[in-house]
Design a protein around this ligand. Structure first.
Ligand SMILES: [Zn+2]
Ligand SMILES: [Zn+2]
Length: 134
């Protein structure tokens, strides 16, 4: 059942525009309780509307599935754990598929899709480390 609470979470995730943790979803929203948020996220995950995004820390982050928000990749910061979405052009997507398919050939595996996350240091953390190095 698509309750008001679940609909609100879907709208929040859409507005957030990148994977969101529970504290991020609850920020400035006094009327959302933590327990109902966790319950609604679990329900939305069970029916395949959202999924967890694996990051570089222990915080669970959620985003809407690709059939709702489109195919994309992630930039995961190793220092602060932030996750951003990014997209590449269709020719790069085709090149990725080609490389993956040829790599999987020896295993007689047929590639039908991919997930690609880049790990690194976000612009914010680069700025902060430049400041402390001075
Ligand atoms: Zn960072
Ligand atoms: Zn994403």
């Amino acid at each position: 059942m698509y309750t008001a609470g679940r609909r609100q979470l879907v709208e929040l995730l859409l507005k957030h525009g990148r994977p969101a943790s529970v504290p991020e979803l609850l920020k400035n929203r006094a009327r959302l309780t933590q327990s109902s948020t966790y319950r609604n996220l679990a329900d939305l995950e069970a029916v395949g509307i959202i999924h967890k995004v694996a990051g570089s820390d222990d915080h669970a982050r959620y985003e809407l599935n690709e059939d709702l928000i489109g195919h994309h990749h992630h930039l995961i910061c190793d220092k602060c754990g932030s996750i951003d979405d990014f997209e590449v052009g269709s020719s790069t997507e085709r090149e990725l598929e080609r490389v993956l398919q040829s790599a999987a050939k020896s295993a007689r595996f047929v590639v039908t899709g991919h997930r690609l996350d880049a790990i690194g240091v976000c612009a914010n953390c680069q700025k902060n480390s430049a400041r402390t190095a001075r």
